[in-house]
Design a protein around this ligand. Structure first.
Ligand code: PEP
Length: 254
């Protein structure tokens, strides 16, 4: 009942010309990919116009990787939700662990961004996840509950249905160490239980929760085959059209 969603997070890779090369190649693969999957490409800001133009006639959606919580003003280097909307961006990744760890984004800032995204009709891909230290210290549930509760403060039920959660254990991002399907499923089930406490079972059952962290064509089927895993957020393995397409082909059953 939940439509799978597989998103590429290119991070600091692919300017406009590499974006064009990727998309022109990837589009040729679309007819062979499962139709019931929503596909999203999260490109760097400078490549978003190119991506929007090239994907305008396709079902593939465009995402930003971040945005400002402010609308306009003296915020040098920032990009607003309205600016993204103007260039036909559909999604925005918010709260990625790299934004939290490297750029010091707090749960409160992420919450402000999520509210701003919804106010502008951009759909957030809201990332949460624990470090290895937090998991091994027995704090997994506490950390995730806090990220979810603070990050989603004042988000309405209606907005929640337009929000995608990406569970990304920090220790699995870019490391080649992937959560086992059981670890991932157990954590997704827990995340859904927190969403149930906040929004009720009917809403929580509809919210899509992606897994992210070293997803590859070889492990996509097992991970995405889990009951509460509704897709993937893919970093490294999304940089090549063939491997990104293989993740969708292997992971999404029609
Ligand atoms: C990510 O950064 O969102 C991610 C999941 O990266 P990777 O797939 O490279 O682990």
């Amino acid at each position: 009942m939940r439509k799978p969603i597989v998103a590429a997070n290119w991070k600091l890779n692919k300017g406009p010309s590499e974006t064009e090369d990727f998309i022109k190649n990837f589009i040729t693969k679309l007819p062979d990919l499962p139709k019931g999957c929503e596909i999203v490409l999260a490109a760097p800001y400078v490549s978003l116009v190119k991506a929007s133009e090239l994907l305008a006639q396709s079902t593939v959606r465009v995402s930003a990787q971040n945005m400002s919580e402010h609308e306009n003003g003296a915020y040098t280097g920032e990009i607003s939700a309205l600016m993204l909307k103007e260039i036909f961006v559909n999604y925005v990744i918010l709260g990625h662990s790299e934004r939290r760890a490297i750029y010091g984004e707090s749960d409160e800032t992420i919450n402000a961004k999520i509210l701003k995204a919804h106010g502008t009709e951009l759909k957030p891909i809201f990332c949460i996840g624990e470090t290895l230290e937090e998991r091994e210290g027995g704090n997994l549930e506490k950390v995730l509950s806090q990220q979810i509760t603070l990050g989603l403060k004042d988000v309405t039920e209606k907005e929640m249905l337009e929000t995608v959660i990406a569970y990304e254990p920090v220790w699995a991002i870019g490391t080649g160490v992937v959560a086992t399907p059981t670890q991932a499923q157990d954590t997704h089930e827990f995340v859904r239980s927190v969403l149930t406490d906040l929004y009720g079972i009917a809403v929580a059952e509809k919210i899509r929760i992606q897994y992210g962290g070293s997803v590859k064509p070889e492990n996509a089927a097992e991970l995405l085959g889990q009951k509460d895993i509704d897709g993937a957020l893919v970093g490294g393995a999304s940089l090549e059209p063939a491997s990104f397409a293989d993740i969708i082909r292997n992971g999404v059953v029609e």
